[in-house]
Design a protein around this ligand. Structure first.
Ligand code: FDA
Length: 396
């Protein structure tokens, strides 16, 4: 008869669950890691375009959104990016740094999954895939976990089932339901790190630009801003800068986009007007922006095309203002279908920031994206998964 008692059961063999399982196993705990998927770490495998942006050179608490901004501090300081790089070094995985301190595998994201699975094996943690969780019950000594295969018991139960993004990869609201079952509050969820969609009238204006990318700085209504490339798509706007600002955008709001963040437009336009007074606004802006985009701005009467020398003061200032503060009101986002993360989730006020255990439900832990912690684009979400998985792994 199969042994069905474990010290620790972890539900969700993603980034956080794998890290937690390995750490708990290393402490000599008998660990069972359950997942309904056929493969462990599916999101890791497709992350970073298949090369996994596994952490960042510069990780600070302010790279995270959480209703309690102090919550992430303890875990992030006890398991840092340098600790994860130590693990990368142990397995000799080659990696490189890209813009903004982002670290990617040279070869494949599979190497990250292999590291985590090897660590679990080395620590004696059992990974069991293709297992449907039918229900959870609290017992006097811990928990019963009923599955389609067997019923298991454990002292500590860790929920690492992730958020709602990419249901195709196996994302479910399981973790939120468990939280509600045990009386914990779940903060409203929404798609994050996600492209914007545009209203039909805007989509028509910019549809010819699909595939064109330009450097911008985008500011949300709350004053948060990011500078990076923006990509026109056939549905709206994407690219790293749009994904970043999407975390700070609320439905119905406009964003303000500086279309030329890297030049002093007043100085450049003044110089162009002096040296080429008969040059058109269109040809002047086309020195720095894709011509098709400038034409779209002119056709939709957001700017007026005339020779530079004919611009009066008001028109000159207005042109600069339009380019530096281009207003776009997204229709919405592409939603969980393409979102990299889920904002909101299990309210961290109810969790210990040191161990991730529920303050009022002994032996129940929540880690990873299921919690109300969301990182910026750039390896921050995996670093959170490693850090809180490690923290729980020391306690379970
Ligand atoms: P994760 O989603 O990894 O794991 C949850 C696990 O629980 C899954 O294995 C799932 O099958 C399982 N599960 C769910 N419901 C279940 C149920 N009912 N029963 C049993 N098992 C269940 N981040 C980053 O830092 N760098 C990057 O490069 C990227 N790139 C990226 C690309 C794409 C396309 C996406 C969608 C996301 C990213 N991310 C990222 C975000 C990152 O993938 C994410 O934040 C972490 O995977 C979260 O780790 P978790 O372990 O919390 O959840």
């Amino acid at each position: 008869m199969a042994n069905t008692h474990f010290d620790v059961i972890i539900i969700g063999a993603g980034a956080a669950g794998l890290m937690c399982a390995a750490q708990a196993g290393l402490r000599g705990r008998k660990v069972l890691l359950l997942d309904h998927a056929k493969q462990a770490g599916k999101k890791i495998l497709i992350s970073g375009g298949g090369r996994c942006n596994f952490t960042n050179m510069d990780v600070e608490p302010n790279n995270y959104l959480c209703s309690n901004p102090h919550f992430v501090k303890s875990a992030l300081s006890r398991y840092t990016q340098w600790d994860f790089l130590g693990l990368i070094a142990k397995y000799n995985v080659a990696y490189h740094e890209r813009d903004f301190g982002q670290l990617f595998c040279d070869d494949s994201a599979k190497e990250i999954v292999n590291i985590l699975v090897s660590e679990c094996q080395e620590a004696g943690a059992k990974i069991q895939l293709r297992t449907e969780i039918l229900g959870i019950e609290k017992t006097d000594n811990g928990y019963n976990v009923n599955t389609n295969l067997l019923s298991y018991t454990c002292e500590s139960l860790v929920i690492a089932s992730g958020g709602l993004s990419m249901p195709k990869l196996g994302a479910t609201p399981f973790g939120y339901k468990v939280a509600e079952q045990f009386g914990l509050s779940v903060l409203p969820t929404r798609a994050g790190l996600v492209p914007f969609t545009l209203h039909d009238h805007d989509k028509e204006k910019y549809q010819d630009l699909s595939g064109v990318s330009i450097p911008t700085r985008i500011e949300s209504k709350d004053g948060t801003s990011f500078a990076a490339d923006m990509l026109f798509t056939h549905r709206g706007l994407s690219g790293p800068v749009v994904l970043q600002i999407s975390n700070y955008w609320l439905a119905g709001e406009a964003v303000s986009i500086d279309l030329l963040p890297n030049i002093d437009l007043t100085a450049e336009l003044t110089q162009q007007r002096e040296s080429h007074p008969n040059q058109s606004v269109k040809n002047t802006l086309a020195l720095w922006l894709p011509k098709r985009f400038v034409e779209a701005l002119i056709e939709s009467k957001q700017i007026t095309d005339k020779p530079l020398k004919q611009l009066d003061h008001k028109e000159f200032d207005g042109l600069i203002h339009t380019i530096n503060h281009w207003q776009v009101k997204p229709n919405g986002t592409e939603g969980y279908r393409t979102a990299e993360v889920t904002l909101g989730g299990v309210d961290t006020d109810q969790l210990s920031s040191k161990t991730m255990e529920c303050k009022d439900v002994k032996g129940l832990y929540f880690i990873g994206e299921v919690t109300d912690v969301t990182g910026w684009l750039g390896g921050y979400n995996f670093q959170w998964a490693w850090a809180c998985g490690w923290a729980a792994g020391q306690s379970v």
